[in-house]
Every structure is written in C-alpha cells, then in structure tokens.
Ligand binder design. Structure first.
Ligand code: SAH
Ligand code: MG
Length: 210
C-alpha cells in the first residue's frame, strides 16, 4: 500500500517537474468514484501522458480494463515504465499514436477525453461510435483554470483560441441531440455525457411527424 502511494506521489512529482498536465486529485477522485459506482468495466482513455490517470483508474478495481492512447513518444514510453512498475500490464493497454488517426472497433463503458483541448469535438464525434449504449463520455478540463467563465479579454492569442474552442465544445455538448451532459466544477471542470434514453413518447412524436 505504501509502495503504491509512494509511486503515485513520484509520478505527480515527475509531472510537475516536466510540466505534464495530469488530472487534479479531486477530479481524479470523481472519476474513480464514478467508475466504482457505475460498475464500469472497460475504459478508453484519450491522452495517457505518463499513465497517471490510467493507473489510478485501474487500481480502483481489478476488473477494470483500460485502453489508453498517447501521441507523444517520450510520454508513452514513460507510461509503459509506470504501468510495469505497478504491475498493471494486464489491465492497461497503451497505444502510441494520434487518436484522430486510429480506428478502434471495440466498444467501451467509459470514454475519458483528456487530450488536446482544441480537438474535443472531434474526439467526441469520432469516439462516440465506440461507446456502449449505456456508456458515458467524460471530458476533463472544461473550465480550463476558470478561464471559461470569465468574460475578460485574454491577451495571448493561442490561449484565447483554446478558450474559445473549449467554449464551443461546451455549446456542442449542450446542444447535442443524442447525449445529455452534466457539468461539474470539480478539479479543472468535468463534463459527464450519457446517451439520452428515447422514451416511447418521443418515438410516438417522431413517428407522427414522419
Ligand atoms: N490523462 C492524463 C493526462 C493527459 S495530458 C492524466 O491525467 O494522467 C494530455 C495528453 O494528451 C498529452 O500527453 C498529449 O500528448 C496527449 N494528446 C494530445 N493530443 C492527442 C491526440 N490527438 N492523440 C493522442 N494523444 C494526444
Ligand atoms: Mg486533464
């Protein structure tokens, strides 16, 4: 137990030293609690970094299996080392590649999006095909250090564009016909999207207008 905690702390330190944006502890707790309470068994993660969130998710329950994608080779190699250190090779499969260029055929209970913020709409649209009917898509960093809610002019162009993209993502989720999203101000902001259940009444209404 202590060894595990020490290794987790070492990963947090490494992330801080090399400026790797791993999940915040409170956000991570929310994610792990969600996995436990909804009995999530299979997870696709977009954005492994050094494996910190994947390892935490895997430790939450030995019955959980995770596929995680990372496009940066240095981080991917570090993640491989970490997964081995925790002896989680059986639970975690790491893929090196750009998530937007991969074709996965499996379906998952949970898709966790935590990669390039400007691409969230694309990740969501692409990978919602890989979601089980009762599955959930969780997106991290949707409040982006609180910048999303403030109506201030951001001087740095790159940052401003990124914030605009996250705002667009929030609008995209809010307007999505197939998914209902709840937003939580936990950690750096988390969105939880689930497929809407089509009731008989909805069906009746659609049929009437067809
Ligand atoms: N989930 C991790 C943190 C991920 S940080 C944790 O909490 O521990 C985001 C990562 O996404 C970065 O390492 C970045 O290289 C990766 N990334 C960004 N765009 C990507 C893409 N298109 N495909 C795969 N990985 C991507
Ligand atoms: Mg994140």
């Amino acid at each position: 137990m202590f060894i595990i905690l020490n290794d987790l702390r070492a990963m947090e330190k490494y992330a801080e030293e090399y400026n790797i944006p791993i999940m915040e502890r409170r956000g991570l707790k929310f994610l792990v609690d969600y996995i436990k309470s909804k009995n999530v068994k299979s997870i696709l993660e977009i954005g492994t970094a050094i494996g910190y969130s994947a390892i935490n998710m895997a430790l939450s329950n030995p019955g959980v299996s995770i596929v995680s994608i990372e496009k940066d080779e240095v981080r991917y190699l570090e993640a491989i080392k970490n997964v081995k250190k925790f002896k989680l090779d059986k639970q975690i499969t790491l893929i090196l590649g750009d998530a937007l260029n991969l074709e996965l055929t499996e379906k998952y209970d949970l898709i966790f999006i935590d990669a390039a913020k400007g691409q969230y709409v694309n990740f969501f649209e692409k990978y919602s095909q890989n979601l089980n009917d009762k599955g959930t898509i969780i997106s991290d960093n949707i409040y982006f250090h609180g910048l999303i809610e403030q109506n201030i002019r951001i001087e740095k162009k790159n940052l401003r564009q990124l914030v605009d993209k996250i705002k667009k993502y929030i609008l995209f989720l809010e307007g999505h016909e197939e998914f209902k999203t709840e937003f939580y101000k936990i950690g750096d902001g988390i969105a939880v999207s689930r497929k809407r259940v089509i009731t008989n009444e909805d069906r009746y209404i659609t049929e009437e207008f067809e």
